[in-house]
Write a protein that binds this ligand. Sequence first.
Ligand SMILES: NC(=O)c1ccc[n+]([C@@H]2O[C@H](COP(=O)([O-])OP(=O)(O)OC[C@H]3O[C@@H](n4cnc5c(N)ncnc54)[C@H](O)[C@@H]3O)[C@@H](O)[C@H]2O)c1
Length: 275
Amino acid sequence: MELQGRVAVVTGAASGIGLALTERFLTEGMSVVMADIEAEVLHAQSARLLADGAAVTAVVCDVSDADQVAALRDTAVSAHGAVHVLCNNAGVASGGATWRTKPAIWDWVVGVDLLGVAYGVHAFTPLMVEQGEGHIVNTASEAGLCATPMLGAYHAAKYGVVGLSEALVMELAGTGVGVSCLCPELVRTMIFESTRNAPAHLGLRKPEAVSMEMLESVMKTTALDPALVAGNVTDAIVEGRFWVLTHQSTRTRVAHRNDRLEQEITPEMLPMGVK
Ligand SMILES: NC(=O)c1ccc[n+]([C@@H]2O[C@H](COP(=O)([O-])OP(=O)(O)OC[C@H]3O[C@@H](n4cnc5c(N)ncnc54)[C@H](O)[C@@H]3O)[C@@H](O)[C@H]2O)c1
């Protein structure tokens, strides 16, 4: 797919992978509609890019609300005339024992991470099918391909994004609309400080700053620069490639999970650091 002169919508665009996608798309000569729930940071980032002459439009949007996602589509079309690339990227993470996870936390995590993607697909796909071209990138995670303890709600949502994306790419074959599923392992972003965006009624503590170096050491992996991930995604859009994996260890973990599945053996976590 040719990117120059095209229009992208990126959710979760105020930070991390979404901001890196925005910046990469701008360097490819695209216009970008940046959507995020964190209004102040979104406006600060979009003002910085606008000051550099970039073609960006900022839209405050909670992706877990289908009406707000439909309004995002309408704003994007009226501001830029069309949408060619949609990155359903906004996400939050919440840890803790799966069986102790409260219903309101399930609602939040599944609402943003899974339903946010579903609402994006519902709002934007008809436009792309009608124009006969487009590309949808759904951000899942390595956590959508294999599980570790203490992340049940996040796994449930991200496995859902993988399944939704696999169904979608089959359904859209021959329409000119491509699909990619991004499954990163550790990336240097603010995902571990997600409670900053949690609805107030959940009563979650605002996060302490989380050290990436600490996470790298516990997870025995390298945290990637989001710009590198944005580059992988851009290549996948141009090449029409579905899977976007960021770490070799993801392949090892998935193979381990699938071997046990094939043999009908109970899941077991691979030790951290297995390459
Ligand atoms: N960073 C990692 O290690 C990693 C690994 C695998 C997958 N991911 C996924 O990558 C995606 C991007 O996260 P990130 O790592 O850049 O984290 P991040 O926290 O830096 O960025 C996420 C963005 O999503 C926004 N957001 C949160 N809730 C929202 C809502 N309801 N509506 C709209 N926007 C909302 C946040 O304000 C933030 O700007 C997420 O889907 C995350 O699950 C991240």
